[in-house]
Design a protein around this ligand. Structure first.
Ligand code: ZN
Length: 83
């Protein structure tokens, strides 16, 4: 492996350890819930989930789990008061 690639890999590890460098603008995730699979998406700061609870509350365990998982990598408005 050439030294250029080694440098890139080292930088990738450094970036990956600094989560605040990343800001997810759009994501689509399938969440394997206890009883069903749910499709969760984020577009800008707007969450969507295919589960029934989300339809009535505009939040749910699936979106909150992703907020906990992605934390500071989400745009500020998409971070609700889960922490
Ligand atoms: Zn949900």
């Amino acid at each position: 492996m050439n030294s250029g690639m080694i440098g890139k890999i080292e930088k990738a590890h450094r970036y990956a350890a600094q989560r605040q460098r990343f800001a997810f603008e759009r994501i689509a995730v399938t969440v394997h819930g206890d009883n069903d699979e749910h499709t969760v998406s984020l577009d800008g700061s707007v969450w969507q989930c295919s589960c029934d609870f989300f339809a009535h509350h505009a939040t749910c365990a699936h979106t909150m789990a992703l907020e906990l998982l992605l934390d500071e990598m989400l745009p500020q408005p998409a971070q609700q008061a889960v922490a």
